[in-house]
Design a protein around this ligand. Structure first.
Ligand code: SF4
Length: 622
């Protein structure tokens, strides 16, 4: 059998895998190995089950069938499958955004006790972008109008989404010219499902172009709304210290974990955990207090805004339960393995699902709605406290690592003295060669955290400023790279700049919907230089991606002009035409393309080369 070091680079992961083995807990890695070898047709994107004349598959060796029952060839099948992945990813983020807009609407009506407008300045700023009158008006009235206007962006009555105005004009012209300007958030996803129905769009190029538009409707629509409305409701993140890894769990406190994505639930749990009566109850039960920690993106949301500690990323979710130290885990939606209920049944951990959209085996369903959230959160935290006395033996094998989070665009420009100018000057002077985003998930196909951490280390060593979100941000935080002390790993120029600004060389920009913050920062840099995003010395990467959301994110990055390197290969190798378009042809349309490189050291070379080429084209080093 493999050594635990072959599964994960993290010491908490290795030690917990050993514990899980001795407790006979099945993990994601074991299930992955049980699936091997995975279906070669599906891996190449060559299987289709879109209609009931199928399922069909194309023989990649050219000996068996080259067409499905309907006549679709490899190019069409691969493009349709990819299109549906983008649609699912865009739908997930954008529906998350819609849930926040609904809370905003309820706050405006006074029907969401416990929720409030935490950032009225941002509310007014965005209301202005939607051309809503703000002068002399009450905050709830503005919030109500903004929620309504944002809902309109989800529909189909527009030619262009409202917030695309934030992209540089040159970029918007590119989208108009290519016919990929997003019109409505729901519209583009719905149209993708229509186009990929049997007998509709059978042009693999037009399908992929619509994929771009669908992804843009997420990046400049649903995800952007999710990120901005979260700031309005819960506060725009500012740099704050926090702790990460499984060591954030406490042996002598009630441990509550929030897992999932939408801060609508986790923020209410956060507030309930501050309740003096509940803290006193925990003390009565023999605990020293209530310790709230996060997993995955809802954890990132709480970490960025309140410095709440982070227990781990995607592949750690089963192992966190195996500590035996978690009284309750509350989940909302996305990236929550359906295995978790079974894992928890071996311990005293209470598993609670909270969204009307997401049910899981072995979890108790307690639905949160804006009107009952506050009360529900109080009840659940009380139940978690009562669960403390049922705790058995616990195993928390490591000490937590210190990190910094909360680098919103506002915080980054704040750290720079209010404008992106110092960053531009440092890039022009060559002290910082450029910037790269490392984003996305974990995937058992890649050694856990190895892709994220190695790539970040290589890039900062080469004076490239790194921004991180999602599970990637948690990986680099656990490796100590999101702390100011990490400048010791940076090249001399980056070290000088980050040292002077007292910021880490790897900036935690938030959750996966917060990838839009990277787009906004890139737009600000491009606008300040009077150029387009695709001219900047920047790049994106998703070294350990697994989810459909990551496909949508990577696509909106490329469609926005950002060269993006993927770790795991997407299921497209069945079509050379699709591969060529995505890795080369898109350069002529959007000014950027994809690359795939599972080895993070080689991915770093690709990114450094790209950044140096862009510098040369801008005449920065002449
Ligand atoms: Fe087969 Fe065509 Fe139906 Fe796909 S859409 S399952 S290729 S018949």
């Amino acid at each position: 059998s493999k050594s635990y070091k072959e599964y994960t680079i993290t010491s908490d992961g290795q030690l917990m895998l050993k514990k899980a083995d001795s407790d006979q807990i099945e993990t994601v890695w074991e299930r992955y190995e049980n699936q091997l070898p995975q279906c070669g047709y599906c891996e190449m994107g060559l299987s289709c089950r879109i209609c009931n004349m199928g399922p069909c598959r194309i023989d990649p060796f050219g000996e068996g069938p080259q067409k499905g029952v309907c006549g679709a060839d490899a190019d069409i099948i691969v493009a349709r499958n990819l299109g549906r992945m983008i649609a699912a990813g865009a739908a997930a983020h954008s529906d998350h955004g819609r849930d926040l807009v609904e809370v905003l609407a309820d706050v405006a009506k006074g029907k969401a006790p416990g929720y409030s407008i935490s950032d009225p300045v941002k509310l007014k700023k965005i209301a202005g972008e939607y051309e809503i009158e703000t002068d002399g008006r009450e905050i709830p009235a503005i919030a109500g109008d903004l929620a309504y206007a944002m809902m309109e962006d989800y529909g189909t009555r527009k030619k262009e989404l409202t917030l695309v105005k934030r992209a540089p004009e040159k970029r918007r012209e590119i989208w108009r010219k290519a016919g990929i300007m997003p019109r409505g958030i729901d519209r583009e996803t719905s149209e993708m499902m229509h186009r990929t129905h049997m007998g509709v769009d059978n042009g693999w190029q037009s399908l992929l172009l619509h994929g771009m538009r669908n992804a843009l409707s997420d990046g400049w629509g649903g995800s952007l709304i999710a990120s901005e409305v979260s700031d309005i409701l819960f506060g725009t993140p500012l740099p704050c210290a926090n702790q990460v890894n499984i060591g954030v769990l406490k042996t002598d406190q009630v441990n509550i974990i929030v897992h999932g994505h939408n801060p609508v639930v986790s923020e209410m749990i956060f507030l309930a955990c501050q309740d003096t009566d509940l803290i006193n109850l925990a003390k009565l039960k023999g605990a020293k207090g209530i310790n709230l920690a996060g997993l995955c993106c809802t954890g990132n949301e709480l970490m960025a805004r309140h410095g709440i500690p982070m227990a781990g990323n995607h592949l750690m979710t089963e192992l966190v339960i195996a500590t035996g130290a978690v009284e309750m885990m509350l989940v909302d939606y996305q990236c929550i393995m359906p295995s978790l209920g079974k894992t928890a049944s071996c311990y005293h951990t209470k598993m609670i699902s909270t969204s009307d959209k997401a049910r899981f085996p072995g979890m108790e369903h307690r639905e949160f709605h804006p009107e009952n959230s506050q009360k529900m959160a109080q009840e659940l935290v009380k139940e978690a406290v009562e669960q403390y006395e049922n705790r058995g033996k616990v195993y928390i094998p490591v000490e937590p690592v210190q990190s910094l989070g909360g680098f919103s665009v506002e915080a980054v420009t704040g750290a720079l003295g209010g404008t992106p100018e110092p960053l531009i000057e440092a890039i022009k002077a060559g002290k910082i060669r450029g910037a790269a985003g490392i984003v996305g998930c974990n995937n058992p196909k890649i050694k856990h955290d190895y892709g994220h951490v190695t790539l970040a280390q290589q890039l900062i060593k080469n004076d490239i400023l790194v921004v991180v979100t999602g599970c990637a941000a948690i990986a680099t935080a656990k490796a100590g790279l999101n702390a100011a002390e990490a400048i010791k790993y940076a090249g001399p120029g980056l070290k000088e700049i980050c040292g002077a600004l007292k910021i880490p060389p790897v900036l935690h920009m938030g959750s996966c919907v917060d990838n839009v913050r990277i787009l906004i920062l890139a737009s600000a840099l491009a606008n300040a230089l009077g150029t387009d995003i695709s001219d900047l010395p920047i790049a994106g990467s998703a070294p350990e991606w697994y989810s459909e959301k990551a496909v949508a994110i990577a696509t909106y990055f490329v469609a926005s002009g950002v060269y993006t390197v993927l770790g795991p290969m997407p299921p497209i190798t069945g079509s050379m035409n699709v591969i060529k378009l995505l890795t080369q042809g898109l350069d002529d349309i959007t000014g950027a393309s994809f690359a795939v490189e599972p080895d993070p050291e080689k991915a770093a070379i690709l990114i450094c080369r790209h950044i140096e080429n862009k510098r040369k084209a801008l005449g920065l080093d002449s």
